[in-house]
Structure formats: C-alpha cells, structure tokens
Design a protein around this ligand. Sequence first.
Ligand code: G6P
Length: 471
Amino acid sequence: MSKTIIVSNRLPVKITEKEGEYVLNPSEGGLATGLGSIYRQGYNIWIGWPGVDVNEAAQVQIKEQLGTMNLMPVYLTQDEINNYYEGFSNEVLWPVFHYMSVYARYEQVYWDYYYQVNTKFRDAVLEVAAPGDVIWIHDYQLLLLPGMIRAAAPDVAIGYFQHIPFPSFELFRLIPWRVELLEGMLGADLLGFHTFDDSHHFLNAVTRLLPLNATANVVTVNDRAVVAETFPMGIDNSKFELLSQDPEVLKQVESLRENFHGTHMVLSIDRLDYSKGIIQRLQAFELFLQLYPEYIEKVVLYMIVVPSRDTVAQYKELREAIDMLAGGINARFRTLNWHPINYFYRSFPVETLSALYSFADVGLVTPMRDGMNLVSKEYVASRKDSDGVLILSEMAGASKELIDALIVNPNNIGAIARGIHEALNMPEGEQRRRMKQMQQIVSKFNISHWVKLFMARLQEVKQLQQSMLAR
Ligand code: G6P
C-alpha cells in the first residue's frame, strides 16, 4: 500500500530536556495541525530537522521517541545550520523572495551546504520511500529536493508547496544559482503557491531562464507535465472559534477588560522579521498619536514580537531598532497613568493570544511582504461577536482573500495612521458586515480544505501524466 511522506525543514515538534530525559511536545502551528490528519495515519511519516543540537547517543534516543509519533529526524551539524539554514535559506532565499535583496549575501559556501543538506534530506526520504508513494515537500529550504528525489525515484508523486512569496523574475534572476533552483523545483509534479501572482512569477522565471515552454500553468519537463497552481492556505478556524469561548480564555479577556477599561487596543503579533514591517508600523502609530492627540490615554498598541532567527545579523539589528523606536515613542508620549505601547519580545501560549485576538478592537497586520499571513486569519476567526476591524497590508497573500479588511500599503505611514483612526471610528454595523464576510472565507477555506485540495490535485496531475504517456 502506498504511503504519504511529508518533508519540511522543521519537524512539527518542540523538544526540551528535563533531568536527562527528552520531552517531545507536538507544535501548535497551523501546518502541523492541518497535516496531522495525514502524517499520523498508518505508515505515513513526516521527515525534518528536530531543531536540537545534541550528541549521538541523544540523537538515537530522540529518533526512537520521534518514531512513535510517525516523525523521522534529519540532524544538522553546526556548520550545516550556519550555512544551509542561516546562510542560504535565510540570508539568500528569504530576503530575495521577500523583495529585500539588499540583505542577500550570495556566498558560495552557503550554496554548497544548501546542496549538501538537500542531499541529506533526499537520503532520508529514499530510506523510506517506495514506488507509488506520495511525497509532499514544504518550503524554500528544500527547493532542490523535488529534483533530487525525482532523479533517484521516478515512480513517486511529488508535491511542493511554497509558504513564502515567489518573487518577480527581476528579483529571482539576481540569485547566482537561479537555474539550479528552478530545475530542482521542477522535479515536483504539482507546485503550489499562496497567490496567483506567486505562481505566475514562478512560471515566468521558468520560461525566461530555462529552454522550456509553459502552456497556461503546465510546463512539460522530459515528457512529464508539471503543474503550478494557487492554493491559498487556511487556518484551523474551529480551533480559534472554540478557544474564544474557552473559560480560561474568557477569564483572561475579563482581566484585560479590567486593565484596559476605557482604552482601545490595537493588536500587533509577528515573528521578529524585517519582512513584517514592524518599524513602519511603529512609525505609523507614532504619527497617529501626533495627528489625533485626542487618543492620548485612550488607545494602546499591544505589540508582541516572537523571537526568531536571532543568530542572523539583520534580525539582531532589527531587534535593537524596534527596542529603540518603541522606547522612544513611549518616552515621548507617555503620561503618568498610561504608556502608548505595550511591547513584548517573547512568545505566549495560544490561550493568551486568543484572549488578545478576542479583546483587541483593531488587528494591525502590515507586513512589507508576506506569503499569506495567518495572524490576520486567526484574528478574524477569534471574533465571536463579529465586531472589530482588521487593517491588512496589500503585500500579504491574505489581502487577496480578506478584501473586507482596511487594506493599506505598508510603506504609506500616513495611510496606516489614518487607517487606525478609521478603524477606531467605524460604526458597529459596518464592522460586523465586513467581519462576517471575512469569517465566511476563513471558515470555508480552512486548513483541512487546503490539504484536501492540494492532495486531490496532485492525484489528478498524476492521472493527467499517465493519460499523456498513453497517447
Ligand atoms: C516561515 C516559513 C517557515 C518557517 C517559519 C519559522 O513561516 O515559511 O518555513 O519554518 O517561518 O521560521 P524558522 O526559521 O524558525 O523555521
């Protein structure tokens, strides 16, 4: 019987050490939840990096524990972490794909390790793969993997989904290894992107850089049809709907209500990343206070920044810049009883996030560039009374679906400041009309719908290939 193999850079698990024993907790991310229905069944398996740096004995022990959860580890050495993960993935692909190519460092050694680690993942996949299996590879850390698996095991079905944007050809062409990257991706049968523009940019790069043609969204590679399509990713909406009714969450909402009595809350939640537009968002909030001083003591920006990739130089610098700016705004505007920004550099349990989503009058989500942005959808799903206003960047994939948000250009500080004012003054009827429309979309196109659609389409593409061969 054929099985499904999921592959991503990170495994969906958090590993901590307690008195010499390793404790494995499944992670709560959307992808982990969505794919849970697949990888936990039968002989299906999820392959990835467990994110820990431990000695060999511990590696064996953790591997056994992971095996009971249908997870299989690929361990990375420190050099691999430095050059494949921090280097090529996060200092070449991440900045270029997010249109911040000035941050990219095209080091040969990064590429060498990227290639090497993709081979390591290939070997792990080949250890378990059999003809007829379905392999679903996730994200930019593994762009070469589809091609590597195809070369070694032509009889498998390979899907690839990219969770970050695919940039316009003019950006993509900057990468010295652009041809190898595209050839790697084309090893897949089905390539999925969040938006139409992303898949279009990918197809455009293929036809400009390779001696291949595309008919609509199909590229023929060695007599094999490869399809590129749009699959906007959803969230586990019912999890957030249920959480917003949970007694523990309701208790937290009540205490927020007491603490912020008479004060509006504007909520901002991101991973620390220069693609998220955090500096511009702070500047916009500062401008808002300048333009509308009647809101002094009447509004707070509740800003959660979740630590991420803190060994990469740009992330460290960004953290310092945020600290300075948030501190400066607080020093400038605070009064004896109030300070405008509540800034946290840490992560929070999902119950606290749910309480904040439920309580905040405004969700402020203004990335410079974002593949999808699930925070915007989580805010929408958590609004049990269907009130509240979402301000959303037009550069987030989600803006193509959540068209009833207040859509802003994240570089337009004035427009964000005016957007905050508009949101705080929006009549309740309009808030509900907009929010209900967005809730319908978030609930219908949820994560399990996304998983089913992608898997079904992969089967169809395989059938299409077989009928082409029969002709
Ligand atoms: C984004 C990427 C993921 C990545 C996640 C966290 O959502 O699309 O592939 O796993 O960020 O980043 P990290 O570098 O910590 O895995």
